[in-house]
Write a protein that binds this ligand. Structure first.
Ligand SMILES: C[S@@+](CC[C@H](N)C(=O)[O-])C[C@H]1O[C@@H](n2cnc3c(N)ncnc32)[C@H](O)[C@@H]1O
Length: 493
């Protein structure tokens, strides 16, 4: 069954069976040291200051990563990776720890996932790792270690065009790198890819060969077959076969005028994914994209009758795929595909909180119609906001989410935030546990916000159960979020 997973791919891949997928395409964050944000505007046109973070592409060598770095040699040994390679990893870690910790953090993050991807890939299957020159040379060494140098197939250069500027110290960068490896002999699963000739004239012009005509009037050329041999090649066959592509792919990037554009930063073109899928998988094969973003791989798989599994850590990516790609092909949830990891009950929400508190917070805020704060730690006690319009001005309701234990002090803190923040009239508290009487009393102390003769409690509390029961914030007309002109924005931070 086709599947979309919401969550960290490491947790998900670890649960997948060995040798269960035929093709993996991954387009992870690139170590480019920036955050990609989706910008939102509201239904009124008044600007909403909040940005929702698509994903953060910055890397810290924190405690978790340093623990992983120590574990990797053991994991490598368990997976049968040669001792010399394990030693290499050990020295690389030491060197980078003293010189480039951000890069080390990125490589730890990638290595641990690539080891698991090797496990779930079928023998004869292929993996395409999309990266860019920032870290591609390091990733290639790691891919050699995990997949074996003899299983390296190509370094594909995806070249795209744009308006080149004259830079001061370097040339404009106009390509990404896609590292193509196989798991063992992939001859049965490699179809290659050919681009059809437009017509016979184009073929003749490009091949610069003399056209001959046989006794039946069929046109042909004599082609070099290697070793001094020449073979007869009929033009009608050449037309059907097309021109095989090499390892430099010229495909346009998604830009503002692309019809495919969904407004997701780093969206890749369908043409790129279709080429990969057609080259290295057959109809019915399972294609896996562990960093599926807005689902380009999913759509390529649907169009080409492959089974698919997509995974993303951002809830809006899952929502976007459902609302666009899946809707476009009228697929039915439960019959044609399933979604896993998006809580459907309080128990599942609790599970999400235990696995990933930040994702839980993100999910809960979006579920009540709010905008998330882009900072993982919350922005001075604010995890998100809801906006409403008062006389052509936007007013805010700050949101705070607590998945664990709750106490009256949390509500007192929220009162403090209300007093501190400008243009903020109300506050909402979302929690998994039922609020105590003392908490409700604390909320009552905040009083009411009055607008057009209606009184709204200044502090409101919703439990996750309330949210599943359909309860909403009680406030003046809430401004809904609309993706900005369905546009795409790159913000370098
Ligand atoms: C470069 S984008 C992929 C874009 C995608 N190829 C497309 O065409 O839309 C990387 C994606 O990986 C997701 N991501 C980052 N870390 C992740 C993780 N640990 N597990 C799953 N997804 C993750 C991000 O949310 C983001 O959507």
């Amino acid at each position: 069954m086709n599947k979309l997973f919401y969550g960290d791919n490491l947790t998900i891949i670890r649960k997948m069976a060995a040798e269960s997928v035929g093709l993996i395409y991954l387009d992870p964050p690139f170590n480019s040291n920036r955050s990609y944000n989706l910008l939102y505007k509201n239904t009124t046109g008044l600007p909403i200051p909040e940005q929702i973070e698509a994903f953060c592409d910055t890397w810290e060598y924190d405690y978790e990563k340093s623990q992983m770095a120590y574990q990797i040699p053991d994991i490598m040994r368990q997976y049968g990776i040669e001792n010399d390679v394990v030693q290499f990893w050990y020295y690389l870690t030491l060197a980078l720890k003293n010189t480039n910790q951000k890069l080390l953090a990125y490589l730890v993050y990638m290595t641990i996932r690539l080891i698991e991807m090797h496990r779930i890939l079928k023998y004869g299957g292929s993996i395409y790792l999309h990266c860019d020159p920032t870290a591609s040379h390091y990733l290639k060494v790691i891919m050699d270690s995990i997949f074996g140098h003899s299983n390296f197939r190509n370094e594909i250069v995806w070249h795209y065009t744009g308006w080149n500027k004259k830079l001061h110290q370097k040339f404009e960068s106009r390509h990404d790198i896609i590292l193509f490896y196989a798991k063992g002999d992939n001859a049965d699963n490699f179809m290659g890819f050919s681009i059809p000739w437009k017509n016979e004239d184009e073929y003749i012009r490009k091949r610069k060969q003399k056209v001959l005509v046989d006794e039946d009037g069929e046109k042909y050329v004599m082609s070099d077959a290697g070793g001094g041999k020449r073979i007869k090649r009929y033009l009608k066959d050449a037309m059907e076969y097309g021109s095989p592509v090499d390892d430099v792919w010229n495909i346009d990037k998604i830009n503002n005028s692309s019809k495919e554009k969904l407004g997701y930063p780093t969206q890749k073109p369908l043409m790129l994914l279709e080429r990969i899928l057609k080259s290295s998988s057959k109809e019915g094969d399972i294609v896996f994209d562990p960093f599926c973003g807005c689902g380009t791989t999913v759509e390529a798989a649907i169009r080409n009758n492959r089974q698919w599994i997509g995974c993303d850590i951002a809830i809006h990516s899952i929502k976007l795929i459902q609302e666009t790609r899946i809707k476009k092909y009228s697929l039915t949830e439960g019959k044609d595909y399933s979604i896993e990891g998006v809580p459907q009950s309080v128990e599942q929400a609790k599970y999400l909180f235990e696995q990933d508190p930040f994702q839980f917070q993100h999910w809960a805020i979006e579920k009540t119609g709010g905008f998330c704060s882009s900072k993982k730690t919350g922005d001075r006690g604010i995890d998100g906001k809801i906006y409403f319009e008062i006389e052509r001005k936007l007013c805010g309701m700050v949101l705070s989410v607590k998945g664990g234990n709750i106490k009256p002090g949390d509500i007192r803190d929220l009162r403090g935030v209300l007093e501190r923040e400008d243009s903020t009239e109300m506050a909402g508290f979302i929690c998994l546990k039922k609020p105590t009487k003392a908490m409700l009393q604390e909320a009552d102390v905040a009083g009411f916000y009055e607008y057009q003769g209606i009184k709204y409690p200044r502090i409101q509390i919703l439990t996750i159960q309330d949210i599943f029961d359909g309860k909403k914030w009680y406030c003046p007309s809430v401004v809904k979020q609309v993706r900005k002109d369905m546009g795409q924005a790159y913000l370098a931070i």
